[in-house]
Design a protein around this ligand. Sequence first.
Ligand code: PLP
Length: 392
Amino acid sequence: MTSSILPTYNRTPLSFVKGEGAWLVEADGRRFLDMTAGIAVNALGHAHPKLVQALSDQAHKLWHVSNLYTIPEQERLGDLLTEHTFADRVFFTNSGTESAELAIKMARKYHAEKGAAHRVEIVAFEGAFHGRSTGAIAAAGSEKMVKGFGPLMPNFTHLKWGDHAALEAAITDQTCAVIIEPIQGEGGIRPVPEQCLKGLRDLCDKTGTLLIFDEVQCGMGRTGRLFAHEWAGVTPDIMMVAKGIGGGFPLGAVLATEDAGSGMVAGSHGSTYGGNPLACAVGTAVMEAMLEDGFFDHVSRVSGVLRQGLEGLIAQFPNHLEEVRGKGLMLGLKCKISNLDLVRAAQTQLMLSVPAADNVVRLLPPLTLTENEAQEAVSRLSHALETLDAGA
Ligand code: PLP
């Protein structure tokens, strides 16, 4: 059957018609255990009653005005974010890509306003993913994403993962910012060691370089803290957020310190939909749920159960699997067999997972996953692995 949709995705022939918590119901009635959460988006699962309530309450009041006016729902969510993070300022976007664009612009504008307009170089890392706009693909720099799209936005340097000497050499008096995911998602669930994040912060401080954390995938409770960088005890100057912040409603944000955001004055940036009342009403409900006592403890507890089960699978299937990576409910199974084969085999066991680079299968379930559901995921993966020949 031909589709009218531009074929930029290799879609799996599954169509879901309903979701409940960590479960998705296919058009034919089959129930799938959703260990993807829309790629780290549905942080509170599907059809969470508080989000349904927040969205429908707001839908009855006001959908959209414009950023020409003060939007109370936006102010409330902005206050919650600044109260609970390093940030003093927030700009709301509609996606991670849009957050990447602003983070890049904000960093360059910062130096321009301080009389250092020559500081435009941005240091980024191989294996990174920051979105699909021309700026975001230039930041990631991978051949697959940039090929055929003409001249790239210049002044990005890409460093090998973990090469500290190269990092020190790459930061010069032309450098404006370093952009890094504390845990690479698309790159294969690759956490940056805590001491490296600390070292990076020191290096940025010494050189007056802005540090941008891309927490689009690893943020919003995913690792068992509100943001992944909290584990390392360092803070960025600018942070990109999206995915989980809207719990399934399109919403993103850029968070910044007062100083880092100081170049962004009236007229320097905008977004028609960014931070509209519907999105911010839902985003506030997501934040409030995450800030309830015990939410992050739950993530850590369920993560422990899932991780232990996955370690058991490594022991049981040493020819299929290599290691478990990640933190909280952002876990990756590094495979010896093809990761795509495992994703497909898990699907036949009615469990959804998502492939990543470096031959990894990602597990990014709703943060509301129960311990029983975590065990169920391990059991379905085990059945899937039994059907795959490691010698093939
Ligand atoms: N940054 C990271 C780390 C991501 O994982 C993604 C999406 O997967 C993006 C940015 C882009 O986000 P979006 O798809 O919402 O534009």
